[in-house]
Design a binder for this molecule. Structure first.
Ligand code: HEC
Length: 139
């Protein structure tokens, strides 16, 4: 009796650990994509590069331009842009290969990390935004 309870407990715990790891992995997709595609410019802590690359950390732009960010990630940006009162005007390359679910995870990662505590996106919302992306400049 005692022994079987131990076995149930043991395998129960094991299953729980495995499950938790699966979920954590999925949640980490946003972070992995950030490291892979964004960190080189926006920096590990999201602080950007003074005067050249705008910050992700506590950036007002993430809230004021929330609905444009899916297209920004896919198609990039150019032209002047004001972030936290400072003007930037440099080209950001888009990552055309990212799928809708990847863009959703990436956006949710930046909106809820780096000191940000903003509204998350659903995948449907991101799909709708991507459907109506403006045609990128000069393309
Ligand atoms: C080659 C450097 C570079 C890379 C790589 C890059 N960005 Fe940018 N990012 C910029 C620049 C420069 C701007 C400002 C564009 C402008 O002036 O029009 C910008 C602007 C932004 C903005 C809007 C302003 C702000 O900071 O809130 C967001 C959000 C953003 N980038 C997120 C990302 C994400 C997410 C990735 C990865 C998929 C990424 N960027 C990859 C350079 C880069």
């Amino acid at each position: 009796m005692k022994k079987s309870r131990f076995i149930v407990g043991f395998f129960g715990a094991l299953a729980l650990i495995t499950l938790t790891q699966c979920f954590t992995d999925k949640q980490n997709q946003g972070q992995k994509l950030y490291v892979q595609h964004c960190l080189s410019c926006h920096m590990e802590d999201g602080s950007g590069l003074r005067g050249l690359i705008p910050p992700i950390a506590k950036a007002d732009y993430l809230q004021t331009h929330r609905d444009e960010l899916a297209c920004l990630i896919r198609n990039g940006a150019d032209g002047p842009m004001v972030v936290n009162g400072i003007e930037y005007n440099k080209e950001m390359p888009g990552v055309h290969t990212l799928r809708e679910d990847e863009i959703t995870n990436l956006l949710n990662y930046i909106q809820t990390n780096f000191g940000n505590n903003n509204k998350r996106y659903t995948m449907t919302e991101v799909e709708e935004m991507l459907d109506i992306c403006p045609v990128p400049h000069g393309k």
